[in-house]
Design a protein around this ligand. Structure first.
Ligand SMILES: C[S@@+](CC[C@H](N)C(=O)[O-])C[C@H]1O[C@@H](n2cnc3c(N)ncnc32)[C@H](O)[C@@H]1O
Length: 303
């Protein structure tokens, strides 16, 4: 891990917005497979930034455009050819674009997320999380992150031991620690995200209560690290469902699980999987095409 320096320039990849929210969500998933951190979504386009210094980033934007347009056509169909544009962007310009778009965001009753350059007015009962955009998903610019931030405030109890699976920028792990968790284990597979995560933990003063576990998380690893009072998991449905048995085993009796990254169209599949694996949905949140839920470990059956 680590050892990366800040790239001199970024490959900016832009795809015109497909219009309907479901296709846009699938497109976000596909763009998240690129070696980029977050996907920026505006009314007219979806955009990612890939660092030049990353292995495998060819210096030929046109080759990127052709490959991505082909991949979009074969995976999502519907638009042929897909309107993809690719260009180099200097590091300074990239950082500035982010700065202009982001300000403090409030998640009542207590959480506020803001970048370091725009902290906003401080209110004594609020808990402030500082996240500067880096190469990691989780700046509260995505509805799935926001759903978790809204729901976690009513389930987390002071002293909880928590796992944040697919931690990205570490935003949820930081929120958990600042809300009173005694210990948080943050699991993240992406190298670039881990770097941003480590910086964010430091900037928010939550070290050493939050522990970073780089690498792809496995079920047995989670079970070994348990028991947890709560698990936060904002990942895609196809990654979440196979992990549900391990989540159940890693949780203490009546422990809470927050799942996000679930499309509204996937809600029935996720509800059914939760029930089959011994969870009961106790709270939920919907924003745009995304569904986020709190599920409690049900007792009275073998785990
Ligand atoms: C949708 S982002 C969520 C980030 C943050 N928790 C939030 O709520 O904004 C999902 C993250 O999970 C990471 N991830 C995906 N599969 C993983 C795995 N098997 N193990 C660990 N991290 C994984 C991705 O790299 C990505 O950073």
């Amino acid at each position: 891990m680590s050892g990366h320096s800040v790239p001199k320039r970024w490959l900016e990849v832009t795809v015109d917005h497909p219009g309907d929210p479901e296709t846009a969500a699938l497109l976000v998933d596909l763009l998240l497979e690129l070696p980029a951190g977050g996907v920026e979504e505006t009314a007219s386009a979806l955009r990612v930034h890939v660092p030049e210094s990353l292995e495998g980033v060819t210096p030929d934007p046109e080759a990127w455009r052709r490959t991505l347009a082909r991949r979009l056509g074969s995976r999502l169909g519907s638009r042929d050819p897909w309107p993809v544009t690719v260009r180099w962007q200097a590091h300074e310009d990239w950082a500035e674009t982010w700065r202009q778009g982001l300000g403090p965001r409030r998640f009542p009753p207590r959480l506020v997320v803001s970048p370091s350059w725009a902290p906003g007015e401080a209110d004594p009962h609020e808990i402030r999380i500082t996240i500067d955009p880096g190469m990691a998903f989780g700046t509260a610019e995505h509805a799935t992150t926001r759903g978790c931030l809204r729901l976690v405030q009513s389930v987390l109890t002071t002293g909880d031991r928590v796992a944040d699976v697919g931690s990205g920028s570490g935003i949820l792990a930081i929120a958990a620690a600042l809300l009173g968790a005694e210990r948080v284990l943050a699991y993240e597979s992406d190298e670039w995200s881990c770097e941003a995560l480590a910086e964010n933990l430091e900037a928010n003063g939550v070290l050493p209560r939050v522990e970073l576990h780089p690498g792809e998380v496995t079920g047995p690893e989670l079970v070994d690290a348990g028991p947890f009072h709560g698990i936060l998991a904002n990942m895609q449905t196809r990654i979440l469902v196979p992990l549900l048995p391990a989540f159940r085993q890693a949780l203490a009796p009546h422990g809470w699980l927050i799942v996000s990254g679930v499309l509204r169209s996937e809600e029935p599949v996720m509800r059914d999987a939760l029930q089959r694996h011994g969870f009961a949905v106790t709270d939920e949140d919907g924003e745009d095409e995304w569904w986020t839920a709190v599920a409690r470990r049900q007792e009275g059956r073998p785990s």
